[in-house]
Design a protein around this ligand. Structure first.
Ligand SMILES: *[C@@H]1O[C@H](CO)[C@@H](O)[C@H](O)[C@H]1NC(C)=O
Ligand SMILES: *[C@@H]1O[C@H](CO)[C@@H](O)[C@H](O)[C@H]1NC(C)=O
Length: 151
């Protein structure tokens, strides 16, 4: 009887250990996904002043990169790249940053369309794109963003 109880307890412990490991693993994959999304933005932009130099995709997550802010779960909530002399185009992968609240890209020379995938960013509070040279319409998907205050 005692033996059996012990065994049950051990099983519980190993189950908990597995769950913890699994959640760490999932968190890692998820954080890397956001790093990958930002890194694809980096590769798509010309960056004459090297403001994106710290955006190293081999790090576990993008939370230590300059101009990137994360929440306590290591998920990106801010990207601050205003007035950074960037040119090139945005990437649809930005739509993967699901906790993003602030996307500041004002006063650069970014061209091309505004990806409709930005409409997937349901937590977006501020999207500052002014003083760039985007082509095409503002995607209708952005109209879905109820928290958005600025454009
Ligand atoms: C954009 O590019 C033009 C010409 O290349 C340059 O004169 C201007 O200063 C740039 N603007 C910004 C905000 O970098
Ligand atoms: C955004 O949502 C649309 C529609 O659900 C989906 O097709 C698209 O793949 C999403 N984009 C990203 C980057 O997740």
């Amino acid at each position: 009887m005692v033996m059996k109880k012990l065994k049950k307890g051990e099983e519980m412990v190993s189950l908990v250990v597995w769950l913890i490991l699994l959640s760490h693993l999932l968190r890692r994959i998820y954080a890397n996904m956001e790093g990958d999304a930002l890194h694809s933005l980096r590769t798509n932009l010309e960056d004459p002043n090297n403001v994106l130099q710290s955006w190293d995709p081999t790090l576990v997550n993008p939370c230590t990169w300059f101009h990137v802010t994360c929440n306590n779960d290591n998920s990106v909530i801010r990207v601050d790249l205003g007035n950074a002399a960037l040119s090139g185009q945005l990437v649809p992968q930005l739509g993967l940053l699901k906790n993003l609240q602030y996307l500041e890209l004002y006063s650069n020379n970014i061209t091309g369309p505004i990806p409709s995938d930005l409409g997937n960013l349901t937590n977006l509070v501020s999207l500052d794109l002014y003083l760039n040279t985007f082509n095409g319409p503002i995607p209708a998907t952005l109209g879905k963003l109820s928290k958005l205050r600025f454009l």
